[in-house]
Write a new protein. Structure first.
Ligand code: HEM
Ligand code: CU
Length: 649
């Protein structure tokens, strides 16, 4: 009995018990359903063991949407608690837990996989490749991410959620001040998911460097591919820092080392530095692919080449470099002195310049364009003004002297949501709508989509603008309540209404998916938006091998040139295509990682040792396994192509 006591959540509430029941029932329903309909074999063969970048992309997408739901429920609970002064809906501990899980889930388990989902699906198609460079590693990336996300989420019902903020600052996150296992979950789930991301970074950087179609020089890559390339370079340099910081934090918590404690020579500021040396580049890992998506969408629906291609690329390169030298702006007030603060102020404000260049490039692309307002375009139009407000307030925060006033207030919360929501979430929803027909063979309903986009934009403004005012008035972030005398009540009530509007927008988006799945026409062309890049030149649905014939590229919008200027994309005849085999190893390995993480969270040494050995055994097995893949023969390709309607030019 005593053994099981450690798994009980330390602050049980009806919500936790209800979740336990819901989790058990859902699991039973899923397992029962799969068994009843005899779908296990199909699921295992076609999805769980797949190494196809398109299917992996779709699995990332499903996981991201589930996590968006979880993250949003946390957000709504916070807004409901703060809606009125002296509210009793949540207590301080519960509030601490949900602002922590909200931040972690939204950034690491929603935005990241959403971006990687679109990257997975689109990048190989956009560069005319048959898959990524290392398809099996790609599957491993997904399953590691998924395993980390699941480990993080079970903390809610087993042992207790982390409660030291998504930044997990020491000494608060040390054993002394965070006694239950929540922060252990943070350390190990981020570690596992982070490994997956690092592997993705290497995989995609290699793919983009080595697997482009003939003729696609670096300066002829479409803008989304460029942004993905830079993003993955940032991942490769930033994520190892997180890996190290988490490893040191885990040792502090589990083995009693003193890297970040305040006693015995530990240095709590070391964590803050390491965290943000990863954390600030992470912000650009999220925003750059979003910028790439906006570039594709804006030039498609303005029917013009992207204005200033070279300056777009240059500004991303500059952002990439600068993103590594601004990290200390997250803790100007933590005592590093005026000199260091001045340097970081200057580098921080410098980042606004390349970002501004990009904004002007989009505006110039729109200028004299023949604009059609589709849902993806509407999101892009709504993004520009809201993001600019978020960005300008960022420059305000970047001034270190002034930041003493804004730091840790709701002003900050307003700033980062007004960059991250239009910058990342709108882009992902725009990208989802844009690429939906390629992924699923039908379009999402435009009318419902436009209602949702407007509501989301208005809701975002209503939810976050008031925080500028209450923040400047002194309302602190991460506080579970405030007194009536502060006068913050009205602003927080307005925010709550905005959050509800965002909720309705999400419901509309979910309804749109349902509605369009049921009623939308399946009879669409492979290029329904009249778009410009290679991903639209292959069939819908996309065959496993992506392109029957490797395309020949002449410009950064080869497909547009093929349609309008007679450029020939597909010259050669069919040849046999070499494809990788599916593999069960990635999911098995990720499962072992899950048990590994769980064992460390609770210091269960026997399973921890066994799983550590098992992980190395899997790696050894993979290294010695002989698997040369298989070939798709010309007659099969011919048959598939005929069925899909033959070559399109
Ligand atoms: C969609 C509607 C959203 C609402 C209403 C909302 C609301 C909130 C609130 C009330 C807080 C806590 C303020 C405090 O410190 O007390 C917060 C924090 C945060 N949110 Fe959101 N949020 C939303 C979406 C997002 C999205 C899309 C992301 C990221 C992609 C995000 C990332 C964060 C982060 C990183 C924090 C900081 C957590 C921390 O300080 O530990 N949020 N949000
Ligand atoms: Cu930063």
């Amino acid at each position: 009995m005593e053994f099981f006591q450690q798994f009980a959540p330390p602050h049980p509430s009806p919500a936790i018990y209800a979740s336990m029941v819901a989790i058990v029932l859902t699991t039973v329903a899923i397992f029962g359903g799969l068994t009843y309909f005899k779908k296990w074999g199909y699921l295992w063969r076609e999805w769980l063991t797949t190494v196809d970048h398109k299917r992996i992309g779709i699995m990332y997408l499903i996981a991201a949407l589930l996590m968006l739901f979880r993250g949003f429920v946390d957000a709504l609970m916070m807004r409901a608690q703060l809606a009125m002064p002296d509210n009793q809906l949540l207590d301080a501990q519960h509030y601490n837990e949900i602002f922590t899980t909200h931040g972690v889930v939204m950034i690491l388990f929603m935005a990241m996989p959403f971006i990687i989902a679109i990257m997975n699906y689109i990048v190989p198609l956009q560069i005319g490749a048959r898959d990524v460079a290392f398809p099996r590693l790609n599957a491993l990336s997904f399953w590691l991410f998924f395993s980390g996300a699941m480990l993080f989420n079970i903390s809610f019902v087993i042992g207790g959620s982390p409660d030291a903020g998504w930044t997990s600052y020491f000494p608060l996150a040390s054993n002394e001040f965070s006694q239950h296992v929540g922060t252990n979950y943070y350390m190990f789930s981020l570690q596992i998911a982070g490994l997956g991301t690092l592997i993705s970074g290497i995989n995609f950087a290699t793919t983009i460097l080595k697997m482009r179609a003939p003729g696609m020089t670096l300066m002829k890559m479409p803008m989304f591919t460029w942004s993905s390339f830079i993003t993955n370079i940032i991942i490769v340099f930033a994520f190892p820092v997180l890996t190290v910081a988490l490893a040191m934090g885990s040792m502090d918590r589990i083995f009693g080392t003193n890297f970040f404690t305040t006693a015995d020579g530990g240095m709590d500021m070391l964590w803050a530095n390491l965290f943000w040396i990863w954390g600030h580049p992470e912000v650009y890992i999220l925003i750059l692919p979003a910028f790439g998506l906006y570039s594709e969408i804006i030039s498609t629906f303005a029917r013009r080449n992207l204005y200033g291609y070279k300056s777009m690329v240059a500004s991303m390169v500059v952002i990439c470099l600068l993103s590594f030298v601004v990290w200390a702006h997250h803790f100007y007030t933590m005592g590093q002195g005026a000199f260091a603060n001045s340097i970081f102020s200057i580098t921080t404000m410098a980042i606004a310049v390349p970002t501004g260049v990009k904004i002007f490039n989009w505006l110039f692309t729109l200028w004299k364009g023949k604009i059609t307002i589709t849902v993806p375009m509407l999101y892009s139009m709504l993004f520009i003004p809201i993001f600019t407000i978020g960005g300008v307030t960022g420059v305000m925060l970047g001034m270190s002297a002034a930041d003493y006033q804004y730091h840790n207030t709701m002003f900050l919360v307003a700033h980062f949501h007004l960059v991250i929501i239009p910058g990342v979430m709108f882009a992902l929803l725009a990208g989802l709508t844009f690429y939906w027909p390629k992924m699923f063979g039908f379009m999402l309903n435009e009318r419902i989509g436009k209602w949702a986009a407007w509501l989301l934009a208005i809701g975002t403004c209503v939810a976050f603008f008031p925080m500028f005012i209450s923040g400047l008035d002194g309302q602190a972030r991460r506080m579970y309540t405030y007194s009536e005398a502060t006068g913050f009540g009205i602003w927080n009530m307005i925010s709550f209404v905005g959050a509800l509007a965002i909720g309705v927008a999400f419901l509309l988006i979910a309804y749109n998916i349902y509605y369009s799945t049921r009623y939308a026409s399946r009879d669409i062309s492979a290029d329904p938006w009249d778009a410009r890049t290679l991903e639209w030149s292959t069939h819908t649905p996309v065959p496993v091998y992506n392109f029957a014939v490797v395309p020949q590229v002449n410009s950064d919008q080869a497909f547009w040139d093929a349609k309008k200027h007679g450029h020939v994309l597909f010259k050669d005849g069919y040849k046999d295509i070499h494809m990788p085999n599916n593999s069960g190893l990635p999911i098995i390995m990720a499962g072992i990682f899950f048990v590994w993480g769980f064992s460390f969270v609770f210091s269960l040494w026997l399973p921890a040792i066994v799983t550590t050995i098992a992980i190395f055994a899997c790696m050894a097995y993979q290294s010695f396994e002989k698997d040369d893949g298989y070939h798709i023969h010309v007659d099969t390709i011919e048959k598939t192509e005929r069925k899909l309607g033959g070559h399109k030019q």
